[in-house]
Design a protein around this ligand. Structure first.
Ligand code: FE2
Length: 402
């Protein structure tokens, strides 16, 4: 059996396993003010001390004061950890874990973007496994029930509140690497989609995180073995994103739109946690670790270039996505191409770059090696690439003519 056939067999088995496992979904709390339902949930579960993980900005702006006041009013102790930075490090997760243990907390609330939620997932995993973070890298290395984990996304993009994965940045001999820890145990127990908390998200971040969510939906849908359930969640996300993202970018004050974007991100999260991402994310992780660029911005630039490189292999699936988004065309090929054009138009409208400015030709080998080792054979991508195809995508991102 040649290597590609062996990879496809492995992917099919993993896909079948995911269908049988039917990954649990978080219990959902939704709507304006839903974050204030958390204290009652904790009380019901007998939790007396909770670790609230967030970013320094949220503490500075006082956004979480109503939640903290309500916790205090119900005699639930609240420790705050607000040191999570974008692209959280292994060290940050270890520090959070140490503080959680030292303060006798019994549950986590992760209120923030994907970095905050991912860092909290890793810290929660450290609570139940006597492994290093690096030893938990990859799939099914946790396999123990986490302490109660409540995820409150404040950006509409990563979908981490719905997924079994956490991305962390590790450093080996001064070189930064991003990798994922993936295990159904990491799916948060409760997800709180409160649009009030995303009102302060600036337009650029609204755009970038929204394009990350779109990438999750498109990659999950175009990957092989997408189940009906995956397709349903992905298309729900796609419809909401095409309907609401640009309007939310223009005016972020509409609670209804903010709520729909949070739901879209959640739906896209459910889709990709059940059918993985693809080469857009693999290239994005490699470039993000090398250049320190934002994940959403990178995905926005890389997504159309990767879809073009896939070519006719994805015309069928892209055509279905296009139809869901109300994008027309005479045949599959035209609808697929119109969808890619529409994605580029969204990028331009929202001021997202179509090239990766720090990208250098001398880094190609490093980026491609990392990306292919992440994606092959883990992701059931529609076409298995070698160096040549990945290089072709990077060339277009370098030239900025994609
Ligand atoms: Fe992503």
């Amino acid at each position: 059996m040649n290597r590609e056939k062996a990879w496809r067999l492995r992917q099919r088995m993993m896909s079948a396993a995911l269908r049988v496992m039917k990954q649990r979904e978080p219990h959902l709390l939704e709507g304006p003010g839903s974050v204030l339902q958390i204290p009652a949930v904790l009380e019901e579960k007998g939790i007396t001390r909770v670790m609230l993980v967030t970013s320094a900005g949220f503490i500075r702006r006082g956004t979480l004061i109503p939640l903290m006041d309500k916790l205090a009013g119900m005699d639930i102790g609240c420790e705050v950890f607000s040191e999570v930075m974008p692209d959280p490090s292994v060290h940050c997760a270890e520090k959070l874990h140490s503080l959680y243990k030292a303060t006798g907390c019994e549950a986590f609330i992760a209120a923030g973007g994907g970095s905050v939620i991912d860092c909290t997932k890793i810290a929660a995993a450290l609570c139940v496994r006597s492994k290093t973070v690096r030893q938990m890298r990859g799939t099914l290395q946790v396999m123990h029930k986490l302490p109660l984990l409540i995820a409150v996304p404040t950006t509409a993009g990563t979908g981490s509140e719905a997924t079994a994965a956490a991305v962390i940045t590790d450093t080996v001999k001064g070189v930064h690497y991003k990798y994922a820890v993936s295990d159904p145990c990491l799916i948060p127990h409760i997800a709180v989609l409160d649009p009030v908390l995303s009102l302060s998200l600036p337009p650029h971040h609204t755009a970038a995180t929204g394009m990350d969510a779109l990438t999750h939906a498109v990659e999950a849908y175009t990957n092989l073995y997408a189940s009906d359930n995956v397709k349903k969640h992905a298309l729900t996300a796609v419809k909401m994103i095409f309907a609401d993202l640009e309007k939310t970018y223009e005016d972020g004050s509409d609670l209804g739109r903010r709520g729909r974007m949070l739901k879209a991100s959640y739906e896209a999260g459910i889709a990709f946690t059940n059918n993985f991402v693809g080469y857009v994310h693999a290239l994005s992780h490699a470039c993000g670790a090398l250049y320190g660029l934002g994940h959403g911005e990178l995905n926005a630039a890389i997504l159309p270039a990767v879809l073009e490189e896939y070519g006719e292999a994805v015309y069928g699936s892209l055509s279905e996505i296009a139809e869901a988004a109300g994008i027309e065309g005479q045949d599959q090929k035209e609808r697929a191409r119109n969808l890619i054009s529409r994605i580029r138009a969204m990028n331009r409208y929202m001021g997202l770059d179509e090239k990766i400015r720090p990208l250098k030709q001398e880094d190609f080998e490093e980026i491609i090696t990392r990306a292919l080792s992440e994606a092959n054979p883990a992701y059931p991508v529609p076409v298995i690439w070698g160096y040549k195809e990945a290089e072709s995508v990077l060339r277009r991102l370098l030239a900025g003519n994609n």
